[in-house]
Design a protein around this ligand. Structure first.
Ligand SMILES: [Zn+2]
Length: 395
């Protein structure tokens, strides 16, 4: 029965787990940074011990007394993207990561695992959480960031709760932020399968004000004081705008129902990024805002890969002897779990060039929202993957 296991193991609150991921190409570590409690649990109450996707990393919650797995989730992180850069050969760095899980009734064991380059998972850290520990900080009970719903389809416990955060908007620019959130929601309504399932989504706009307008642009030596320290030129790539202020992001959301995060940046410089189950961060005042916000959410919500390539084979993101965990690209190492059903019906095939490489990785269709901004829609492969994700959270 739906919710039965939830009530057996959890209460209607959230356990927020903050970690530092650190290391370099040779050695990585996961360290616990903080534990906190949020006033409600707004995620799924079914499929508790199932993963939405394999992901780059996994969080597993086990009941300590019985050893039963009672909750699992998966994620990606800027840290794993950084690990394939040249810098990771020379220096160790640390990255903030936060995960939300339902608040346990009894003592649990939490394990964080990373997917290694060979596709196998390795446990990085296992630690105990006593739900009655007095040092688990209660957050979100007061000083909640002002927010308003752009679209409220139902109770947060039944819907997928997407929070928009303002980045680089001053307090006096919040009217503009709300208008930008509305444009983003309209763009989702114009893309299947979000269009079909829009009544399973809540979109809330969170007015996280910045001291400065616009965001930092390092290549022009423009540094600004903003809510989440977002900046372009991540990994020296012009258009890659990211933030490492993940704890600040979650602090700004404490007390507001949220599961997925879209940070809108008040800038007209082109760029953004989306990281699976971490966040989408995108430019709100560029002509391509509408397609890009949906593309990045394809990453952060759907765990979809980029279907474009750079016309060469220099990129090392996906080892060619391992099947990527993303549903919309394949190295053909283990295609069984991918879009074979759509090949049979003629809706998809094999198009070489995806995952930043010109050869050795295939996508299912000629064009897609995950390939170009000009394409009008997600390809059938991505639509199916997104539909499965929506159903996983809501059925
Ligand atoms: Zn696609």
């Amino acid at each position: 029965m739906k919710g039965q296991n939830f009530n057996k193991y959890f209460i209607n609150k959230t356990l927020r787990l903050d970690y530092q991921f650190s290391g370099n190409i040779n050695k990585q570590d996961v360290d616990l940074s903080a534990l906190s409690q949020l006033p409600s649990w707004d995620g799924r109450r079914h499929n508790l011990n199932r993963l939405p996707l394999e992901g780059y990393g996994q969080v597993t919650i086990k009941d300590k007394a019985t050893g039963d797995t009672i909750y699992r989730t998966s994620f990606s992180t800027l840290f794993d993207e950084w690990l394939v850069t040249e810098e990771a050969k020379k220096v160790s760095r640390s990255y903030e990561n936060t995960f939300l899980v339902p608040y346990p009734k009894n003592t649990v064991m939490v394990t964080v695992a990373f997917r290694e380059r060979n596709g196998h998972f390795k446990d990085m850290l296992t630690h105990e959480v006593d739900p009655n520990d007095i040092l688990i900080q209660k957050k979100g009970l007061n000083h909640v960031t002002p927010y308003q719903y752009i679209l409220k389809s139902g109770d947060p416990k039944d819907c997928i709760d997407v929070a928009f955060l303002a980045e680089g908007y001053t307090a006096s620019q919040m009217g503009k932020f709300i208008e930008d959130c509305k444009i983003a929601v309209e763009s989702f309504k114009n893309h299947e399968p979000f269009k079909k399932y829009i009544n399973r989504f809540n979109f809330v706009a969170v007015e996280s004000a910045s001291l400065d307008s616009d965001v930092s642009l390092p290549r022009k030596n423009e540094w600004r004081s903003t809510a989440f320290n977002a900046h372009f030129d991540t990994f020296y790539s012009d258009r890659y705008m990211t933030t490492n202020a993940v704890f600040a992001i979650h602090n700004a959301l404490a007390g507001i129902p949220y599961e997925h995060i879209i940070i809108l940046a008040n800038t007209n410089t082109y760029g953004g990024g989306g990281i699976y189950n971490e966040f989408t961060l995108t430019t709100a005042h560029h002509a391509k805002f509408r397609p890009v916000v949906v593309h990045e959410f394809g990453h952060s919500f759907g765990g979809l890969a980029d279907e474009y390539d750079y016309g060469n084979d220099n990129d090392d993101t996906y080892p060619l002897n391992v099947e990527p965990w993303e549903k919309n690209i394949t190295t053909k190492v283990d295609f069984n779990q991918k879009w074979g059903n759509l090949v049979k019906t003629g809706k998809a095939g094999f198009y070489e060039g995806a995952g930043y490489r010109h050869t050795g990785i295939w996508r299912g269709c000629e064009d897609c929202r995950m390939k170009t901004n000009e394409c009008k829609a997600f390809c059938p492969v991505c639509q199916e993957a997104l539909t499965e994700m929506i159903q996983f959270y809501t059925e």
